[in-house]
Each structure stands twice: as C-alpha cells, then as structure tokens.
Design a protein around this ligand. Structure first.
Ligand SMILES: Nc1ncnc2c1ncn2[C@@H]1O[C@H](COP(=O)(O)OP(=O)(O)OP(=O)(O)O)[C@@H](O)[C@H]1O
Length: 616
C-alpha cells in the first residue's frame, strides 16, 4: 500500500482508512454508486403501484397518459409493465454489482491490511513485543481484521442503503405532500435516538463479552501449551474447573447482551407503527376529502413502510459500524507504530572477514524516552538499569573469543546488540569497520550464524528447519552441517530421517537433539561470524565433547563468539573476556587469566573442584 495512514488519532478512523486505501478508492466509489442505484431501483415498484392505481382511477387523465401520450388504459398498463421490468432488471444488476464490489473490496482490503500490519509487526523492535501480550496482537491481526471485513461486507452497504432510502423516500413524500412528509418523518428521530441509546447501553455489554471471550481464549491457549505440566501435576480437574468458570462467564456476558439487543426491534416496531397509522389515517382523510389523489395516497402508505422498516436494522448496522471503526483504529494504530531499528543501506560482502568491535557500548533494556527523563534523580535510575556500562570488545576476523561472567551479567545482551535486536544507548558496534546501524539488516544478520539459548524449531520437517536460514541449501549441505553439529546420526535414526516432522516448537525431539539441530541450522548458512550462546548446555558430556571437536574445525574458517558457563568448553579460545557489572574486566587466554588469579581464575577453580564457594 502506498500512502501511510495519517497517524493523528483525532482523525476519524474512516478518514484514516480512506487515506490508507489509495488503491481502492475508485472501487469504493463504484460500490457506493452501485448501492445508491440499487436502492433507487428498489423503491421504484412502490411508485409504479401508485401510478397503476392512478391509471385505473384517472384513466385518460392519468400520469402515464400525460407523460407518454398513451390514452388507452390497457396500453398504459403495458407501458407500466415495461417500465417495471426495466426497473426490476436494473435493480438486480445493480445489486449484483454492489454485492460483488463490497465483498471483493472487503476481501482485498482485509488481505492487504492484514499483510501490511503483519509485515510491520515483524519489523518492530523486540523491546516492543516484550511490552505487549502476544494475545492482543493476535486479536488485532485476526479478530480486528475480520471485523473490518464484516463491516465492508455488510455494514458499509447497509449504511449507504439506509441513507439513500431516507433521502429518496423523503423526496417522494415532500413532492407529494409536505405535511404528511413531516408526520411520516416524526418517528425517524425517535428511531435514530433510540438506536443510539441502545448502542450506548449495549456497548459495555459487548465489551464484556469480548473481554470474557479473551479470557477463555487465553486460558485455553495457556493450558494447551502447558498440557505436560498440567498432567505432571495432576491438575486436570482444577484446570477443567477454571475453563468451565471462564466459559460460564462468557455465556453469562452474552446472555446479558442478548437480553437487551432482543428488545430492540420490538420497541422500534412501535415507533414505526405510529408513523404508519398517522399516514394511514391522515392521508386517508385527505384522499376522502379529495385533497389527495388515490394513487398518491397508496404511494404514501407503501412508502411509510419503505421509509421506516429498514430503520429496524439500524441498531445492527450501527453495531457493525462501531465495531468496524474500533477495529480500523486498532489496526491503523498498529501500522503507525514507529519502527525503532531500521535497516541501513550498506551491504556486507558475502565473504566478509567478520571482525567484530564494540566501543564504549552502553545499553539498558528500558531506555528513558528523550524528554521524559525528568529532573536529576532520573540519571541515577538510568545508571542502575544499565546492563552494559561502557563495553569494549575486539574480536579480530577468524578468531574464536569467549565471553564469560555470572548469570545476568549481560553476555547474551552483547550478542543481541550485535544482531541489532536492540539498539545501544551509546557507543558503536561495528562489523569489519562498518557500524551495524549502517548495514542492511538482512546482510548483517545473514553474516551471523546465531545459536541462542532458546532452541526454537518451527513446525516442519528436520530438513525444513535446517534450511530455515538458507532455503537453497542442497541435501548434501544439510547433511554436512548436521554432521558437524553431531546431529546426522540421530536424524538418520528418526522414522523418516531428514523428512521427519519435529512437531510444534520441536516437541517431538529431546532438548539435546533440538540444540544440535539449532547448531546445524546456523552452520548451513556458512556464516562469516558464528555466535554460540550456551549452545551445548543441554547435551550430555560425550556429545558436548564431540560438538566441541567439530566446532573447533568450523571455527577455524570464521569469527566465532562463544558464551558458556562451562569454562572447559572455551579454554581453547584465542581470547576470553570476563564480563562484570556491564564491562569487560579481564581479557586474555585461558592460561593468562588463570595465572592472573582474578575473577576468571576463581571461576575456573570452582568448576574444576579446587575451591568450593561463591564466585561472581
Ligand atoms: N528483554 C529484557 N528486558 C529487560 N531486561 C532484560 C531483558 N533481557 C535480559 N534482561 C536483563 O538484563 C540483564 C542481562 O541479561 P543477559 O541475558 O544478557 O545475561 P546473561 O549474562 O546472558 O545471563 P545468563 O548467563 O543467565 O544467560 C539481566 O539482569 C536480565 O534480567
């Protein structure tokens, strides 16, 4: 979609949608025109009935006789029949066009909006996601987009139909009898006012229904995801009772909304009755007194029905409108969320050497927004929250460096900054001399093979998962990477080898198997920089030793950054950096650091069993 939606929340959501939907404007206008024509042809038969009565009553002085110059009554009726057929056909054609247009629009627009919103969400910063429940996002991308679809499918055309109806029928009334028009229109403000009142009172009840539906959904999602824990703790009955409670609340909320909404149409019917009776009696008297043509009288009686009946649907239409508008606002607000981390313009060469450098990098997960820092005390608070406080790191191309430190020291944060999952508050991070923010995100992330602590696999086959970062990789390349990650042997033993489905999040594999596949997945890309964050923590000692040997081989050809708690796994690194309180406090080879008798030496002593005690 070309033009961005105006981000001013004061602008009405429909105007924002209009601004967004540049490609659809012509179709929207066509749909509106078709709907207006459809309504006009739709009320034509009532007019024609009046004209027919006019023919019967006034014969050669009739309306048809005057306009078409046909004097014979039978011929006048043929003329009328011809006009009726034409009006009927045109009504059908315009209805077809109108339906096709609105339905087509609703499909295309909902598809575009959903995809734009989804793409936008994918580009948003990780920090943004951490502040939001994924359930709410799912609601916007799912329910809200569907709500917009329903509004365009049904609501928008109903609004146009109702408006056209009031204007066209009102014009007929005014032309025939201004006094009666006034009387027939009296119920309209009552109906509209009543509808709005109903809406206002129904609104909170519908909101409660949606809220309750959200709770049921959230509970079901959480329980199905944690089914193993539920079983392990024997909590099935308790959980079933919780779901039953939430489900009953949902039903109760719905019942309360239904009780009110069911009363709407009967009440509106009373208002219509008034209008109808007034037209019937007063119009009838005028006809009897000879002040109103019989044909016109019949038109008015039919028209009152025409005018007022569609208004019974006003409540439903307003409901669709309100829900649609609320959904449009939520979707467009999401689309207007600014992207913090944008792709740069520079490309890294495919065979970039992969030197990594951090210079005086400061970072906190909760940066104080500019201008919102407030007076002096804020700076202390910010200082407290800093995870990295002036980090320097120099990893020359092709070397293997390790980062160690206590849990929570900020080791994973360092590699997340390198991947630009977050942006530093100060300092620079560069790959081969290029600041990461100047690099295109795909080329930066494409140069890094990342194996995180979270061994996330997608619901697909082993081969699908291995190809995730390199869709064009050959079977041979997959096998080679799997061999390096000590995964090939167990994959071959799986029922369908590389074509075995791994299940949602890889649940059909063991923790160690998942970990080995995530390592293989990173190696398939043959990246210039390999980042291993606790990559072997879930495998047994034997497998770990085997993976170590393979990694030693692969790390010779590329820059490797390893984060590990088990120091035995990184003792051969070119350099080891000890992270403490947001800075590198010691750097050197294993032997140098042990000899220096500092923090690293203390950690090493604990792990080799020489000393038992706390370290940090
Ligand atoms: N997304 C986040 N939002 C807020 N704070 C975070 C977030 N991720 C990490 N932190 C905090 O930042 C600090 C550093 O976390 P980090 O994951 O980098 O530590 P680590 O050294 O890798 O720890 P571990 O060895 O346990 O993996 C911790 O205090 C942690 O609580």
């Amino acid at each position: 979609m070309a033009s961005p939606a105006p981000s001013d929340p004061v602008v009405h959501p429909l105007r924002r949608l209009w601004a967004y939907a540049t490609e659809f404007r012509r179709r929207i206008v066509t749909a509106v025109v078709a709907t207006v024509l459809n309504k006009l042809f739709d009320i034509a038969p009532e007019l024609l009935i009046g004209v027919a009565i006019d023919v019967v009553v006034r014969t050669d002085d009739s309306f048809v006789a005057q306009i078409f110059g046909v004097e014979d009554r039978e011929q006048q009726l043929y003329v009328l029949a011809a006009i009726t057929v034409v009006a009927w056909v045109l009504e059908s054609v315009s209805q077809y066009v109108s339906d096709r247009m609105w339905r087509g629009l609703s499909q295309d627009l909902q598809h575009d909006l959903r995809m734009d919103a989804y793409r936008h969400v994918q580009d948003l910063d990780l920090a943004w996601f951490e502040d939001r429940a994924s359930g709410r996002l799912l609601t916007i991308l799912g329910d809200d987009v569907n709500q917009l679809e329903r509004f365009l499918d049904v609501g928008a055309s109903k609004i146009v139909l109702t408006a056209t109806n009031v204007v066209a029928v009102g014009a007929v009334f005014l032309a025939i009898s201004p006094t009666l028009a006034l009387l027939a229109f009296v119920p309209i403000p009552v109906i509209i006012g009543g509808s709005l009142l109903f809406q206002r009172r129904l609104g909170p009840r519908y909101a409660a229904v949606r809220e309750a539906a959200g709770r049921v959904g959230g509970l079901l999602g959480g329980n199905l995801g944690g089914i193993a824990t539920i079983k392990a703790f024997g909590a099935e009955r308790r959980e079933a009772a919780r779901v039953a409670g939430a489900s009953a609340e949902y039903a109760a909320a719905n019942r309360s909304a239904i009780a009110l909404s069911s009363a709407f149409v009967p009440l509106i019917r009373m208002a219509i009755l008034t209008g109808f009776v007034v037209t019937l009696v007063l119009g009838g008297k005028a006809a009897l007194d000879g002040n109103l043509e019989v044909g016109l009288y019949s038109v008015l009686v039919f028209m009152t029905q025409r005018l007022l009946w569609p208004l019974t649907e006003l409540g439903e239409t307003l409901d669709l409108y309100q829900r649609g508008v609320a959904s449009i606002r939520r979707i467009l607000d999401l689309l207007d969320t600014p992207i913090g981390i944008r792709s740069g313009g520079r490309q890294l060469a495919a065979a970039t050497p992969g030197a990594v450098r951090f210079d005086d990098v400061r970072f906190s997960y909760r940066p104080v927004p500019p201008g919102a820092a407030g007076p002096a005390p804020a700076s202390d608070a910010v200082e407290d929250r800093l995870v990295l406080r002036g980090l320097d790191l120099d990893v020359p191309a092709g070397e293997t460096h390790a980062i160690v430190g206590a849990t929570g020291a900020g080791k994973s944060t360092v590699v997340k900054l390198l991947l630009r999952l977050y942006a530093p508050d100060a300092g620079t991070i560069a790959v081969d001399g290029a600041p990461v923010e100047e690099l295109s995100l795909p080329s930066l992330r494409g140069a890094i093979g990342y194996v995180g602590q979270d061994t996330f696999l997608f619901d697909g086959t082993v081969a699908d998962n291995l190809r995730y970062g390199a869709p064009d990789a050959t079977d041979e390349q997959l096998r080679h990477a799997a061999e390096l990650a000590e995964a090939d042997a167990f994959v071959r033993d799986l029922p369908r080898g590389y074509e075995t489905p791994v299940g949602e999040r890889g649940v059909k594999l063991s923790g160690g198997q998942r970990q080995r596949l995530t390592i293989a997945r990173a190696l398939v890309r043959d990246p210039a920089i390999l980042v291993l964050d606790e990559a072997t923590s879930a495998v047994d000692n034997e497998t770990e030793a085997a993976i170590q040997r393979s990694l030693l081989r692969v790390s010779r050809e590329r820059t490797t950054i390893v984060i590990a708690h088990r120091l035995s796994t990184i003792r051969h690194a070119h350099r080891i950096h000890v992270l403490h309180e947001g800075r590198v406090v010691e750097s050197g080879t294993h032997d140098e650091l042990v000899a220096a008798r500092g923090r690293y030496a203390a950690l090493w002593a604990v792990q080799t069993g020489e000393v038992v005690g706390a370290t940090g």
